[in-house]
Design a protein around this ligand. Structure first.
Ligand code: SF4
Ligand code: SF4
Length: 167
């Protein structure tokens, strides 16, 4: 029968020598490979003590941005939620009241804003869709959690610290 590829190898059916029966050449060959790798650069790193640098195009966990005065930029327009192919973003809009101008940049703001990180595929469409530069993706990732509800990130988890108050 004609072989489909030229990768086929004929099986060596000669009787084994005494050394081969004791597996000495095979063990020596295996140890040689092991020692060779001892002195080569490791392909792995000791995570989590050491971390690799992220790629410049890495898209990580979302953050909600504030302006330079610390006011929330999100105006709850819903464009990020519409752009999201995984339907991972939900929000509830509210109107800014008098005296809240120092908290919210626009007259409408997101009273509730949630991203389900289990649904998110980190495509970055929400970041691209946002007209207010309010949501962007950082260089970190969602830590592991035993509870599914731990992956629903609300405003408390997403908002960056206030530039003046630091929280
Ligand atoms: S990164 Fe993509 S999947 Fe994740 S919330 Fe944004 S638009 Fe949705
Ligand atoms: S994050 Fe941006 S796109 Fe999404 S609701 Fe807020 S302002 Fe609109």
């Amino acid at each position: 029968m004609q072989a489909l590829t030229n990768r086929a190898k004929a099986v060596d059916r000669r009787p084994m020598t005494l050394a081969e029966k004791m597996y000495i050449p095979a063990i020596a060959k295996g140890m040689g490979i092991t020692f060779k790798h001892l002195f080569q650069k490791k392909a792995t790193i000791a995570f989590p003590e050491k971390k690799r640098d992220f790629s410049p195009v890495f898209r990580g966990l979302h953050v909600l941005n504030r302006d330079e005065e610390g006011r929330e930029r999100c105006t709850a327009c819903g464009l990020c939620a519409v752009a999201c192919p995984a339907e991972a973003i939900t929000m509830e809009a509210a109107e800014r009241k008098e005296g809240e101008e120092n908290l919210y940049r626009e007259e409408k703001y997101a009273a509730k804003y949630e991203i389900n990180m289990l649904r998110c595929i980190f495509c970055g469409f929400c970041e691209e869709a946002c007209p207010k530069d309010a949501v962007y993706m950082s260089e970190t990732f969602a830590p592991a959690n035993y509870q599914r509800k731990g992956f629903i990130y609300g405003k408390d988890d997403l908002l960056i610290p206030h530039p003046k108050e630091g929280k």
